[in-house]
Design a protein around this ligand. Structure first.
Ligand code: GRF
Length: 220
């Protein structure tokens, strides 16, 4: 029986643009009790994407806010902010959300806005990360969960998972193996946030009051 005195779980919003496999990892982590949170809304900037169908199938409220309906990034971002304000959101999760956000969105959610990037940041901000890692003959690829600040893909890292690169790797094969790790580290970072263990301070990210190293906590 649930305890009526218990603190209600925090509200998460997830922003997607496509498949939503990271979003699905959040749904699964909530159902399994690994993430003590409620996913209140999933928003996509693209209609008819797989992620919206997956969220609806899990009984989560969905919304499409199509960036093409707005004249500027700032006006689009303001529409996102007002949609989220309807849900008393504690934490915003960018999960394959393929729009560059402006301070209009970032500032109201600073410190409670996370992203996952498919590289070992600070290496390879931007696109085509796996191809770039292969082209540079790196020995490993990976993914980084980080706080979002106004600079693209360069907010303070929280947690990083490393994946060895194989001789016969292609960008697709490497991406698939990195994605498996993404699904572990992203809900874990959110759980730390929900437990009030994770914070963005003036000097970077902290976990349990300790500064997180510049490349993030290494998983596992
Ligand atoms: C992931 O590789 C994530 O790191 C990047 O976009 C991809 C999203 O995949 N930001 P999915 O939509 O979660 O399956």
């Amino acid at each position: 029986m649930s305890d009526p005195q218990a603190t209600p779980p925090g509200n998460i919003a997830i922003l997607i643009s496509g498949t939503g496999s990271n979003m699905q990892a959040f749904i699964d982590a909530c159902e399994a009790g690994h993430l003590e949170a409620r996913i209140s809304i999933v928003i996509s900037n693209k209609p008819d994407v797989e992620g919206l169908r997956r969220a609806a199938a899990a009984g989560i409220a969905t919304r499409c806010i199509d960036h093409r309906d707005y004249d500027s990034r700032e006006v689009f971002d303001a529409a996102l902010v007002s949609a989220l304000q309807e849900h008393a959101i504690d934490l915003v999760i960018l999960a394959g959300f393929m729009r560059i956000l402006t301070p209009v969105f970032i500032e109201p959610f600073l410190g409670r806005l996370l992203n996952i990037h498919p590289s070992l940041l600070p290496k390879y901000p931007g696109l085509h990360t796996h191809q770039r890692a292969l082209g540079a003959r790196d020995s490993e690829g990976g993914a980084t969960v980080h706080f979002v600040t106004p600079e693209l893909d360069s907010g303070p890292p929280i947690i990083q998972a490393r994946v060895p690169i194989r001789d016969d790797d292609t960008a697709e094969k490497l991406a698939a193996r990195v994605l498996v790790e993404e699904h572990k580290i992203y809900p874990l970072a959110a759980q730390w946030y929900m437990q009030n263990r994770l914070q963005l301070s003036n000097t970077g990210a902290t976990l349990d009051g300790q500064a997180i190293p510049e490349s993030g906590i290494q998983y596992p």
